[in-house]
Write a protein that binds this ligand. Structure first.
Ligand code: SF4
Length: 436
C-alpha cells in the first residue's frame, strides 16, 4: 500500500459498517472522516471510528505471535507459530478425540472479511462438536424465529427505519449499538426523523440514551416483557384489530385461531406484574394500529432472558398480525448486494446435546453458558483445549470467573487476538491479526 494518500475503507468496529476516509502521510494517520459517498452511512461516523487510529498506533497491540513457555511470553515468527499451533492441536485431538478441542468465535468475526470467508472451513476441518460463539448470549432467538417462520436462520426482516412513523423499541438501545440487527449508521438522526413523522416509544427497565430521545418511555419490570407482549396480542384480538396484510395466503392458518392462546393475558392482569398500566398497554396497541407505517422492534434485552425466544416470536407475531411485516415502514426483508443465504445453513436444532447438561445445539453450536462445565467435568468428550477467535469470553459471557478458572486448567489454549486480555492471558499461543 502507498505510504501517503486518502484511502476509503469500512469501519469494522460495529455492525453499522460506516464508510471511512483515512488520510495517511508516511504511514501516519492524519485524519479519519466519514465517507460522504458511502451509500450506506452517507458520511456519518461515531467517535469510535477515531479509535481505529488508537488501535493502529497502540504500542500494546501485539504485532507478532507469542508463545508462553514456563510462564514467560516469547515472540515467534509466523511460520514457526503456525506449525507449533497446528501440531499441538493435532496431537491433542489424536490423544483425546475430536471433541476435546473446542472453539469460541467472538462477535468481531462477523465484521471481518477473513473471518466471514474462512471460519467455516476451519471449523469443518476440526470436526469438533464443541463449537461456541457470542450468538448464544446475544441474537440466537432471532435466528430461531427466522428459521421456524421463514425457513432460514438468517432471513431476518429488519425495521424500515427511514419510512416508519411509529417505532416501538423493546429491550434495545440503538443509540449505543448503532442499530443492532438493522445496521443503521446515524441512528440518532434517523430516529429524530421518525419523531418528525410520528412517534418513537421505548420500553426498557433503564433510561437509556434511546429512551432520552424517544417521545415516550415506559419502565418495565426486568424480565417481564413476555407478559407485555401477550397482553398486547390479547388487546389486538379483543379489539378486532388483527389484519394479516398482503401475505395472508402465506400463513398456515387463519390468525383468529391463535386468539385462545392470549385470552388469559388481559392488560389488567399483567399490568401489576410489569409496571405498565392497562390503559397504556391498550393505548400503545391502538396507536400502533392507527399509524400509517408502524413497526415493533425488540433486541438483546428481550432476547437474553428466561423467555427470550418466546419474546422474539411474539414480537414477530405482533408485526405479522398488524400487517407490518414486509410493508414499507414496517419490518422488511433485505435486498443485500451479496446474498449469503445460499452459502449458509438454514438452521437446525437438537441434533445433538451438550455432554454435561444436555442442552440442545442450534445450527451446530452449543450454548456458551455450558462451556466452563464442559472443560471442568471429567469424562469422555471433555474439552482439553480451546481455540478463541476474536473473543474474550471471560469478560463477555456470564459467570466469567468460572470460565477464568476453567481456561487455566486447559492443556492447550490458542487465542487469535491482538491484545493480551482476560482470556488470552491463559493462552499457550496468541496469534495476532493485523490492525483494522
Ligand atoms: S457507528 Fe461508529 S463504530 Fe460503528 S461502524 Fe460506524 S464509525 Fe464504526
Amino acid at each position: 500500500m502507498p505510504r501517503s494518500g486518502t484511502f476509503y475503507r469500512t469501519c469494522n468496529l460495529c455492525e453499522a459498517m460506516c464508510g471511512v476516509a483515512i488520510t495517511l502521510e508516511e504511514e501516519q494517520i492524519i485524519a479519519i472522516k466519514g465517507d460522504e459517498n458511502d451509500p450506506f452511512s452517507r458520511g456519518h461516523i461515531c467517535p469510535k471510528a477515531l479509535a481505529l487510529k488508537d488501535l493502529y498506533e497502540d504500542p500494546d497491540r501485539l504485532r507478532k505471535p507469542m508463545e508462553k513457555r514456563d510462564g514467560q511470553w516469547h515472540e515467534l515468527e509466523w511460520e514457526e507459530a503456525l506449525d507449533n499451533v497446528a501440531e499441538r492441536m493435532r496431537s491433542l485431538q489424536q490423544e483425546h478425540g475430536k471433541d476435546a478441542l473446542g472453539v469460541y468465535l467472538g462477535n468481531p468475526n462477523v465484521h471481518n472479511l477473513g473471518g466471514t470467508l474462512l471460519n467455516g472451513g476451519f471449523l469443518r476441518a476440526l470436526k469438533t462438536r464443541n463449537k461456541f460463539s457470542a450468538t448464544s448470549v446475544d441474537q440466537l432467538p432471532h435466528h430461531m424465529v427466522a428459521w421456524k417462520l421463514f425457513g432460514h436462520q438468517l432471513r431476518i426482516p429488519v425495521p424500515d427505519i427511514d419510512r416508519s412513523d411509529y417505532f416501538v423499541i423493546m429491550g434495545g438501545n440503538p443509540l449505543a449499538s448503532n442499530g443492532s440487527i438493522m445496521s443503521v449508521a446515524d441512528v440518532r438522526g434517523r430516529l429524530k426523523q421518525v419523531r418528525q413523522r410520528g412517534k418513537v416509544v421505548v420500553i426498557d427497565p433503564r433510561r437509556s440514551q434511546t429512551a432520552e430521545l424517544a417521545n415516550e418511555h415506559h419502565f418495565i419490570r426486568p424480565g417481564s416483557d413476555v407478559l407485555l407482549l401477550l397482553a398486547m396480542l390479547n388487546h389486538l384480538f379483543a379489539s378486532a384489530q388483527v389484519t394479516s396484510g398482503h401475505y395472508r395466503s402465506l400463513l398456515d392458518s387463519d390468525p383468529v385461531a391463535l386468539k385462545p392462546h392470549f385470552d388469559a393475558y388481559t392488560p389488567e392482569r399483567v399490568a401489576e406484574h410489569i409496571g405498565i398500566s392497562a390503559a397504556d398497554i391498550r393505548r400503545l396497541v391502538d396507536e400502533f394500529c392507527a399509524a400509517e407505517a408502524p413497526v415493533l422492534y425488540g433486541r438483546m434485552g428481550v432476547s437474553v432472558q428466561e423467555f427470550g425466544a418466546l419474546c422474539q416470536y411474539l414480537i414477530m407475531l405482533f408485526n405479522v398480525l398488524t400487517g407490518t411485516l414486509d410493508s414499507p415502514g414496517g419490518l422488511m426483508f433485505t435486498t443485500p448486494a451479496a446474498d449469503i443465504l445460499p452459502q449458509t445453513g438454514r438452521g437446525n436444532m437438537g441434533r445433538f446435546h451438550s455432554r454435561v447438561r444436555q442442552l440442545p445445539e442450534f445450527n451446530g453450536e452449543l450454548p456458551v453458558s455450558t462451556l466452563a462445565e464442559e472443560i471442568t467435568t471429567p469424562g469422555e468428550g471433555q474439552i482439553k483445549g480451546m481455540v478463541l477467535i476474536a473473543g474474550n469470553p471471560v469478560l463477555s459471557t456470564p459467570n466469567g470467573d468460572q470460565l477464568d478458572k476453567a481456561f487455566a486448567s486447559l492443556d492447550l489454549l490458542v487465542s487469535v487476538d491482538f491484545y493480551l486480555n482476560e482470556s488470552s492471558r491463559h493462552a499457550d499461543f496468541i496469534l495476532p491479526p493485523v490492525s483494522p
